[in-house]
Structures are given as C-alpha cells and as structure tokens.
Write a protein that binds this ligand. Structure first.
Ligand code: E4P
Length: 215
C-alpha cells in the first residue's frame, strides 16, 4: 500500500517526504484554507517537493466549470491530479478529462456503487471517506472491502485511496483490505512511527552502553 499525506502544509509535506515513505499528496478546499498563500502557488510548491500525484480539488459544481478549472489546475504541473466530487456533473467531467488525458480523483465517495460509477467514468483514483462514515456510526472500513471486491471482480484499474483517516488502526485495516493507497494526516503518520517498546528499548540500550563506557 502506498502512503499519501493528507495536507497542504509545506513543512509537514517536507518532513513526511524526508522519511522516504511518501508517494503523493491529497488536498481539499478545507486543507488549502488552513494555509497562507495563493492556492496555485501552494500546489506548485507541493509538486516541487513530491514526485507523485498531488490532488487539487475543483470548486465548480457544473461539468463545464469543473473541466475548465481542471485544465487550469493540470497546467500547473504534471503531478497534478484533479479532485472531482462524486456527483452527476462530476462524472461528466471525469469522462471529459479522462478523454483529454487528465488524471482524476473522485472524492466524497460514501458507497460502493458510487465508486464503481466513478471507475467506469474513467477515474484514476476514488477516495472513499472512512472517518466521516465512522462519525455517523456507519462502518467506514466495510466500504473499502466492498470497493476492493468489486474492483477485483472486474479487474478495474482505478486505484482506491482510503481517505478521511483518523488513526493508525484505519491505516492497518486499509492495508489488510488491500487498498492501493492511504492518505494520512501528518499527526497520524507520527503516531504510526511510535511504539512504546521501541522507546523503552532505546532507553535500555543507551543505559547499558553507559556501563560499557565506564569499563
Ligand atoms: C482526502 O482526500 C480527503 O479530502 C480527506 O481525507 C478528508 O478528511 P476529513 O474527513 O478528516 O476532512
């Protein structure tokens, strides 16, 4: 499973990239709103750090508007992938953009049939939101299993990005279901690295090494 980071924060992206495990970046209008600067400049800066897909979301709700925005965003850098909301207009836009060779990430996916529709329209990626389903007491991870099964049944090449991840267990479950990608907030990546036994182990080794120095 590949790791994307779910942020538009340049410092966090640089730090995650330095770990050698970063395959891409997802942003959304909320994440962009938390950062200073013009959105296009932010996307450009991200693309200069990460050599992989960088999702930038359209704001228009009608297909022609989405396609126009998508073309402008795609012109920023070859790494840009256009995030399109899972609506009827969104599917029309995905069809058109796919025909133009522009990669898409269909976002706000909450059901397996939405994922199948997005894939059939030509989406490069689909983003099912597990955390937001958990938030309303619906089993978010079951959706990943369903989409994975359907895509495997029909040898669909659209990649599944597990989105709206809230904690490391979501990442474990995403990998166990065979999702292609997990897009993860920086704070969750930090939690994934840590284990109390690792810290205790380091402390113990250092303490024992001190004894060796006193020989
Ligand atoms: C990523 O593509 C999504 O926009 C993001 O994971 C949503 O996360 P949230 O539900 O925590 O806002």
């Amino acid at each position: 499973m590949k790791f994307f980071i779910d942020t538009a924060n340049i410092d966090q992206i640089k730090e995650a990239a330095s770990l050698g495990v970063l395959d891409g970046v997802t942003t959304n209008p909320t994440l962009i709103s938390r950062e200073e600067g013009e959105p296009r400049a932010i996307y450009r800066a991200i693309c200069e750090i990460v050599d992989g897909p960088v999702s930038a979301e359209v704001i228009a709700l009608d297909a022609p508007g989405m396609v126009k925005e998508a073309r402008e965003l795609a012109a920023i850098h070859s790494n840009i992938v256009i995030k399109i909301p899972m609506t009827k207009e969104g599917l029309k836009a995905v069809k058109q953009l796919t025909a133009e060779g522009i990669k898409t990430n269909v976002t706000l996916v909450f059901s397996p049939i939405q994922a199948l529709l997005a894939a059939r329209a030509g989406a490069t990626f689909v983003s099912p939101f597990v955390g937001r389903l958990d938030d309303i007491a619906a089993p978010g991870m079951e959706l990943i299993g369903q989409i994975k099964q359907i895509f495997d049944n029909y040898m669909i090449e659209t990649e599944i990005i597990v989105a709206s991840i809230r904690h490391p267990m979501h990442v474990v479950e995403a990998a166990m279901y065979g999702a292609d990608i997990a897009t993860i907030p920086f704070a969750v990546i930090e939690k994934m690295i840590k284990h109390p036994l690792t810290d205790i182990g380091i402390e113990r080794f250092l303490a024992d090494w001190e004894k060796v120095q006193k020989r």
